[in-house]
Design a protein around this ligand. Structure first.
Ligand code: ZN
Length: 963
């Protein structure tokens, strides 16, 4: 096979978009400088684009049908043929940049090779290469995955993941998975309700979908059934996936055998509305219409063949077909025989024979049921205490939490405790756990101080213990701290944590004036870092004590000291509280005995109000009562929520933040009698001309009842918004003699997309509707990726246009202490906190709150990152707050760098960023009117006319004030 890499490279340097489309089969390379960003493969039938991002297929266009299987919105999550390491959820495999090469260019076939070397986590040193081959005379793409283990032992599970976009109005998409219990076939709508649609007993190595509206579809075929653990279709409102989970892999960097290989094919389907069997040569489908039977074969390649139907030795129908092109359909019809149970179908082509056994009896059996979630797997790896960052960043300027997780079951051990050995220069000013003993010892030739701490947990738990550390002048960079578990007659191997000193905080004066940056916490003020010097100006008290007001009223001023402490530290006090219904989910699930007390209302006076919990439960579409309140059952539950809010106001807080996580399966609730009746009333009031349809029927048959289904969503989301209307009224009026504007914030689902079927399908939280009654919506964007934050905030801002509320960001770049992160090292970039704050405010957020900050932040390093973000925002805050987002005013000559510009009066705020590792250069082109440009981090000013060259190297974000 001739290697044409060099040739291609030389040609590409000469000509930016080298292509060869002269023949039936051609390619085009899309380059940026020397890098190939994507390769387009094209023949007479399809056009396929392989993207360097994730090595995924970002376009798969079927020409004759005018059907595109991808919608490439630039997101790495779009596209086909992506691979993931599902076992440890290592996102690096999804998003990394692959090296693209065109490997061979014979006249009949073209191969693109995408190679990726994982640099971190459990996959570090693993080389993943994929090849995609397109032939001149077919529509399918043959793909191969090859893993090579180069550095360390890897245990992983590869998932092959293809995401297909779907118009939510299209109700004619059907999915097919052959299980050992029969062929599972189901509509997109059924898939949506069932969620995962997992088959753990695949009978053949393929899954497929068909869009009956366009008679088009795609099959994902693996070569080897034995390699597959399961297959599934994951459906959401705007898309679905076809996925293959391969068996677990264990690779070692020693033997040649430690390579792993899998092959698969992405094969477009045409002209069929059903699939009964599929193979490498084509697809069979069949149906019966009374006495008349019909079988079809769609051949993947052109050529002539005999199509035959036999029953035992009798040929019932036969014809010869001459297929001029790939993906043509041949059809045979015949009369049903007397023992018409099984027929033998045979497609006899020149170079192959495809056969199928057609059984009508089997087809009448109901589609076999599929699973809704993956079976639980035992994680391998160490047991004990773990810290999950590679190092712990501390500071002399403020206490930093050392929060670590506990994994394993230590219940059998008596006297379980932690020993923490502190090197010189490290103090422990605060511990939430009881200190049992302190002693001195020598480690690594240095005097260490040992603190032994009571463990309040004895089995797996994250954030097992919280304690604060503080550096003093004796600290030596890079010294190590040790933690280990001790118990009667035993101990864990000590775990060493490398300590680093964070950079000094920049002077930010009184910080941001309009925008808010918050954390939520419940620790006493003597354990706080200097929040306002860092740039944090909101303290959200999230106390577990206060839910006790469900069972007992603590009286006026109960939290006044906390409120005063928060204010004294220059922070905005807001109470962060589980949910409008006070963790009713937990109450419904297991805390029922306490609820008698919870039902006791204190405002205006203590009284007992009985509540039939069964009545409050939502009924899902399968008719089952679930541990979720019914969205239209307000009554005593809402009264209790109002009462709890009054308690919080009594306790001393003025502002409230809710956590809207009640209706986690919004699309499958609530079909109780009350909701049905409420819906009927809603229709009469809002759309009198629309006939009532049982909402379950409308949900199951959206094509038949599109308007009723729409109205059903409106009704449900109205019911949820109603709750906030009541809470708003309470917070505005309850003992608010001064009439001060109190704030209501709410954490919401982050899956806000374009159009109305965004977040509301998940949690019934319609941003625009909630925006009528609350001040801030905080989508929980708990992602390591700043681009995700940008997208959610931009969409949220659009969704809230014209409402009273503003968008804000709920951030947690490293989430909480999830054990798989320890093994995978799947951590956010060190600069994530600064990147995400800048993305938030430059996309229109007015606040950001960090969830679980002690585990989600990299200690004092993120004090510095937050502080730096605030320092960069200060000179432009007014422009962002009072101004508008403008497009086209400023130009950047490097398309790899993303640009956001805000304008207020005669000033601009400009944000430039790129999150890739390469060095990039760019020039900004400003309108003539402006004369001065100030880098808000270095605070250096430049003349705007000087055509300033910007370099992106280590620092990937820049903010400018333009005057
Ligand atoms: Zn209901």
């Amino acid at each position: 096979m001739p290697n044409v890499n060099l040739l291609v490279l030389i040609l590409c340097i000469m000509c930016l978009n080298f292509s060869s489309f002269a023949l039936g089969l051609g390619f085009k390379l899309e380059q940026f400088e020397e890098r190939t960003q994507s390769v387009i493969l094209e023949n007479d039938f399809v056009r396929i684009r392989i993207n360097e991002r994730g090595g995924r297929i970002s376009q798969f266009y079927l020409k004759e049908a005018d059907y595109d299987f991808c919608s490439d919105d630039g997101s790495v999550f779009s596209g086909l043929g992506k691979i993931r390491d599902v076992y440890y959820n290592n996102i690096e495999t999804l998003t990394g940049r692959h090296r693209l090469e065109l490997e061979s260019s014979s006249p009949e076939r073209l191969t693109v090779k995408a190679t990726y070397l994982a640099h971190s986590g459990n996959l570090a040193g693993l080389e993943i290469s994929r090849s995609y081959t397109l032939r001149e005379d077919s529509t399918f793409l043959d793909c191969r995955i090859l893993l090579k283990c180069l550095e360390q032992e890897s245990e992983l599970q590869i998932n092959l993941h293809s995401l297909f976009p779907i118009d939510p109005e299209n109700n004619e998409v059907y999915h097919f998975i052959p299980s050992k219990r029969g062929l599972a076939s189901f509509s997109q709508n059924q898939a949506l309700l069932q969620k995962m649609n997992l088959c753990m007993d695949p009978a053949q190595p393929w899954c497929a979908f068909i869009d009956r509206k366009k008679l088009c579809g795609m099959a994902l075929l693996a070569k080897n059934l034995e390699q597959l653990e399961g297959m599934f279709v994951w459906a959401s409102a705007n898309n679905f996936t076809l996925e293959l989970n391969f068996n677990n892999l264990k690779l070692r960097p020693v033997a040649a055998a430690d390579e792993w290989e899998a092959e698969f094919r992405l094969a477009p389907l045409q002209g069929l509305s059903q699939i009964n069997q599929l193979g490498n040569s084509g697809a069979f489908s069949w149906q019966s219409d009374g006495a008349l039977l019909e079988a079809k074969f769609m051949a993947f390649t052109s050529g002539s063949a005999n199509f035959r139907v036999r029953q035992a030795a009798h040929t019932l129908a036969e014809d010869r077909f001459d297929m001029q092109k790939p993906n043509q359909v041949a059809s045979l019809q015949w009369e049903s025989g007397r023992q018409a149970e099984e027929y033998h179908l045979e497609w006899d082509a020149q170079s192959y024979v495809s056969t199928a056994t057609m059984s009508l009896k089997k087809e009448q059996v109901e589609s076999p049921s599929l699973l809704q979630s993956l079976p639980k797997k035992e994680l391998h790896g160490p047991s004990g205490f773990y810290y999950y960052y590679p190092e712990l960043w501390l500071s002399q300027e403020g206490q930093t939490s050392l929060a670590f997780g506990l994994r394993g079951d230590f219940r059998k051990h008596q006297d379980l405790r932690f020993a923490i050995d502190l090197p010189p220069g490290v103090q422990l000013p605060y511990s939430r756990a009881e200190i049992l003993a302190e002693s001195e010892l020598e480690l690594e030739g240095k005097p260490y101080h040992r603190v032994e701490i009571q463990s309040f947990r004895k089995n797996s738990y994250t954030n097992a213990v919280m304690l604060n550390l503080l550096l003093d002048s004796k600290f030596e960079e890079g010294s190590r701290l040790f933690i280990q578990a001790l118990w009667k007659d035993g101990s864990q191997e000590p775990l060493a944590i490398k300590l680093r000193q964070a950079p000094q905080l920049l002077e930010i004066g009184s910080g941001l004036r309009h925008f808010k940056i918050g954390i939520h916490d419940d620790l006493p003020s003597d354990s706080w870092p200097p929040f306002s010097r860092i740039g944090i100006n909101v303290f959200m008290l999230s106390s577990w004590d206060a839910p006790l007001m469900l069972y007992d009223y603590k009286g006026k001023g109960y939290l006044q000291k906390q409120v005063d402490d928060i204010k004294a530290a220059g922070l905005f006090p807001i109470y962060g509280y589980p949910s409008p219904y006070n963790h009713i989910g937990r109450v419904l699930q297991k805390m029922e005995p306490y609820y008698g007390g919870a039902g006791t209302l204190f405002h205006p006076e203590k009284s007992y109000q009985p509540l039939d919990l069964e009545q409050a439960r939502a009924v899902n579409i399968h008719g089952k009562k679930v541990n979720m309140p019914c969205p239209s059952f307000h009554g005593p539950l809402l009264a209790k929520a109002e009462d709890a809010l009054k308690s919080i106001l009594d306790y001393g807080f003025e502002h409230m933040c809710y956590d809207e996580e009640m209706w986690s399966s919004g699309s499958t609730v609530c079909y109780c009698e009350k909701c049905q009746k409420g819906f009927a009333d809603y229709l009469r009031a809002h759309s009198p001309s629309l006939a009532y349809v049982d909402p379950a029927q409308a949900t199951l048959n959206p094509d038949k009842y599109p308007r009723q289904l729409d109205a059903w969503w409106e009704y449900k989301t109205d019911m949820v918004a109603e709750i906030y209307r009541s809470l708003r009224r309470v917070i505005d009026t309850y003992e608010n003699k001064g009439g001060e504007k109190r704030q209501v914030w709410v954490w919401v689902d982050c899956s806000v997309g374009e159009g109305r079927y965004g977040a509301i399908t998940q949690r019934l939280t319609d941003y625009a509707k909630l925006g009528r009654y609350v001040d801030l919506l905080l989508p929980m964007v708990y992602s390591a990726n700043a681009e995700d934050v940008a997208k959610v905030i931009a969409n949220g801002r659009k969704a809230l246009e014209g409402s009273n509320a503003h968008i804000a960001a709920g951030l947690s770049p490293n989430r909480s202490y999830e054990y798989h992160r320890v093994l995978s090292g799947n951590l956010a970039p060190e600069d994530a906190m600064r990147q995400q704050l800048l993305e938030s405010f430059f996309n229109g957020a007015q606040a950001a709150v960090v969830w679980s900050w002690k585990a989600a932040l990299r200690g004092a390093l993120d004090y510095h990152k937050i502080n730096q973000a605030v320092y960069m925002l200060l000179p432009v805050e007014d422009i962002l707050y009072k101004g508008e987002l403008v497009e086209g005013l400023v130009e950047c000559d490097n398309p790899e760098i993303k640009l956001s510009v805000w304008r207020y009066q005669d000033k601009l705020a400009v944000f430039l960023r790129n999150y890739e590792p390469e060095t990039l250069r760019a020039r900004l082109k400003l309108p003539q009117f402006y004369s001065k440009l100030t880098d808000t981090l270095s605070r250096e000013s430049f003349s705007a006319s000087n055509n300033l060259e910007l370099v992106f190297q280590k620092d990937r974000v820049k903010v400018f004030l333009v005057e």
